[in-house]
Design a binder for this molecule. Structure first.
Ligand code: AMP
Length: 124
């Protein structure tokens, strides 16, 4: 069993331009846009343009160029949104699979900030 990517997931449709999004930042390999249901004043989703289900999938199979581009984009967006750790700070979350309660099966990192976020997990 390996990773199976569903090309009809909603973020794939955003990447194909079939659904609008509120773009924050875009590079050759990465797109960042605002979450449609924000949980904090800053709530940006960062996704690779390639067909990766989750961060572990991406970490195993993406090219070095994609990984560098994606990682640098995370830093750039923190700077643009003013939520760097040397300022107010933020949280990165990337849910994966069943136990991670991942809803959209295309890798996304949530960047949350703009208010104190509490402890990492609120329930078991
Ligand atoms: P997850 O549970 O980590 O898979 O989170 C999926 C996230 O995608 C949720 O925070 C949703 O609010 C967000 N979301 C779903 N559809 C859209 C959309 N069309 N545009 C922006 N964010 C979306």
């Amino acid at each position: 069993m390996g990773y199976t990517y569903d090309p009809e997931n909603i973020f794939a449709r955003i990447l194909r331009g079939e659904i609008p999004n509120s773009t924050v930042y875009e590079t050759e390999h990465t797109l960042a846009f605002r979450d449609i249901n924000p949980q904090a004043p800053v709530h940006v989703l960062v996704i690779p343009k390639g067909p990766y289900v989750s961060y572990d999938h991406f970490a195993q199979e993406a090219s070095e160029a994609e990984i560098v581009d994606f990682t640098r984009a995370l830093g750039k967006i923190c700077e643009m949104e003013g939520v760097e750790a040397h300022g107010p700070g933020c949280r990165f979350i990337s849910n994966a699979g069943h136990d991670g309660v991942q809803e959209v099966p295309h890798l996304h990192v949530h960047i949350l900030g703009g208010r104190p976020l509490g402890r990492m997990l609120s329930s078991a």
